[in-house]
Write a protein that binds this ligand. Structure first.
Ligand code: BDR
Ligand code: CA
Length: 317
């Protein structure tokens, strides 16, 4: 089985864990990483994506993407969660590689023209690159095999506002365009990702098998887990972005439903994801105008982190 992937990311501590998984699981064929602002400015996200790729021993293309939201004013990055460098404040070397000549949106459009119907787009940051790819060429939606978005919260409370999850809140207008596009899409939001906790012993076992990449994962994890200890009663972190990859490889761990997704773009509901289950008639059609998608409403978190460890310890780097 080979799953060609473009991974759209804002590394970011949990993004880094997912990037390690992406390169460790032989089922994934990583066509490219595309970067966005989010946890950190896009320049930092791109630097980290290049460095993590190198530490994984790959020369996969990294295409730099959007630096700010499509419509709303640029806000703060999550440096208190991920560190000034996005990886928990460590002495990181500069990457040797440089970004791809194409920007992220053009890269997505180009690759889907080269391999129509084959590519799965996994987006684990704010959704501006996907929205721009749709604007450049709306037929990109027909050429994507599947879109998996880590973002949103259906029943679970938000993590940056009482109702909004960080990736969607960072660019709700981009999310609105992505949810309105006619491509097969699955949302892996906090309803799933909050079920998993990556605890310190498991992370240590993972890091010990990941060589130089493992050292970066371990140091960044310490900073991220400290943040979680300060805001939640858990010992460890939620490996949000890795859950999007788990959905592709272990779908049986997820509880899903079909329906229509929309997003609030202003006021108290800014960044909130609204889910109208398939076939349910509400007072009017406002919540059911978008195409049908799949949302994850739960996940076997213990099995998910066990899968992460299995993949990341299978071979020593
Ligand atoms: C999401 O927001 C970011 O901080 C994480 O990397 C993840 O993609 C979780 O809400
Ligand atoms: Ca992320």
């Amino acid at each position: 089985m080979s799953l060609p992937i473009i991974f759209d990311t804002d590394p970011g501590v949990d993004d880094a864990q997912a990037i390690a998984l992406l390169f460790a699981d032989p089922a994934f064929e990583v066509i490219g990483l595309t970067t966005t602002f989010g946890n950190v400015p896009v320049s930092t996200a791109t630097r980290n994506a290049l460095l993590l790729t190198e530490l994984a021993g790959r020369d996969t293309p990294v295409a730099a993407g959007v630096a700010e939201p499509l419509v709303k004013p640029a806000g703060n990055h999550a440096l208190h969660v991920h560190g000034q460098d996005g990886l928990g404040n460590q002495q990181l070397p500069a990457p040797r590689q440089v970004p791809h000549t194409l920007d992220a949106a053009h890269f997505i459009v180009e690759q889907t023209r080269l391999r129509p119907g084959e590519i799965t787009l996994v987006a684990v940051g704010p959704l501006g690159n996907l929205a721009l790819a749709l604007a450049l060429d709306p037929t990109v939606a027909e050429r994507i095999r599947e879109v998996v978005v880590m973002g949103g919260a259906i029943v679970e409370p938000g993590n940056v506002t009482p109702v909004a999850e960080a990736n969607i809140f960072s660019d709700p207008h981009a999310a609105a365009r992505v949810f309105a596009a006619p491509w097969p899409l699955t949302l892996v939001g906090l309803d799933a990702t909050h079920r998993a906790v990556l605890d310190p012993p498991r992370l240590q076992r993972i890091a010990a098998r990941q060589g130089a990449l493992g050292e970066v994962l371990a140091r960044s994890y310490d900073f991220y887990a400290d943040f979680y200890r300060s805001v939640k009663d858990i010992d460890g972190c939620h490996p949000h972005d890795s859950c999007a990859l788990a959905y592709l490889r272990r779908p049986e761990l997820f509880h899903t439903a079909r329906g229509h997704l929309s997003v609030g773009t202003e006021g108290l509901a800014e960044g909130q994801t609204f889910f109208a289950p398939e076939g349910r008639a509400y007072l009017d059609g406002r919540w059911s105008g978008n195409p049908l998608v799949t949302v994850c409403l739960g996940m076997d978190g213990a099995a998910m982190v066990a899968w992460m460890e299995e993949v990341l310890t299978a071979t020593e780097r």
